[in-house]
Design a protein around this ligand. Sequence first.
Ligand code: PGA
Length: 249
Amino acid sequence: MASCRKFFVGGNWKMNGRKNCLGELICILNSAKLPADVEVVCAPPSAYIDFTRQNLIPKIAVAAQNCYKAPNGAFTGEISPGMIIDLGATWVILGHSERRHIFGESDELIGQKVAHALTEGLGVIACIGEKLDEREAGITEEVVFKQTNAIAANVKDWSKVVLAYEPVWAIGTGKVATPQQAQEIHEKLRGWLQCNVCEMVAKSTRIIYGGSVTGATCRELASQPDVDGFLVGGASLKPEFVDIINAKQ
Ligand code: PGA
């Protein structure tokens, strides 16, 4: 049965690029074959949101990689959802494992950011995922359910949320989850949404996979019934990103 969920592919450029090489990447994306039934979003560093939005074709949306939980104020170094929208971007990535584990963001802070970003009108790519020691200790479900719960408590309109399952051990390591490992957790997350939110949200919410996705691994992952797209780091900076966008074609 075909899913009603539009395939979603996000490129997380992280803290990479300068105008010249990002400009080249944008040219490749602008001239690529982009299927009509795939939603594509690129997340440049905040310094390049404006540049990216000005140069990328309108069909590709732009996301920020983070934002703060307040509209304005004395929060040196932060950016607000209102500023992101002002630059023409429409999404924000929140709860990324690098924010959680390098910058010490808590479930509580991530929840507050999710609430504020949604209130201001941004779509949210909300990330969750277990660390290697948590997987090895057999507590993957417990960890991702707790993270999802902290996000869900702050969501009123699920049509603006994409859930990104990104096992920390797979991010930037070249060690991609197997299609079976991804499907198992995606199915459990959908079950969690069904029990804790409602059936409609469980059926309609995109659950995307992230962690060392490449042109070579994307097709089999995309064939899993509960994998509704990808959040791509390293490979989103290469022409190969176009192959990942076309994983379902
Ligand atoms: P990766 O990053 O594709 O380089 O593993 C994914 C992510 O951090 O979203």
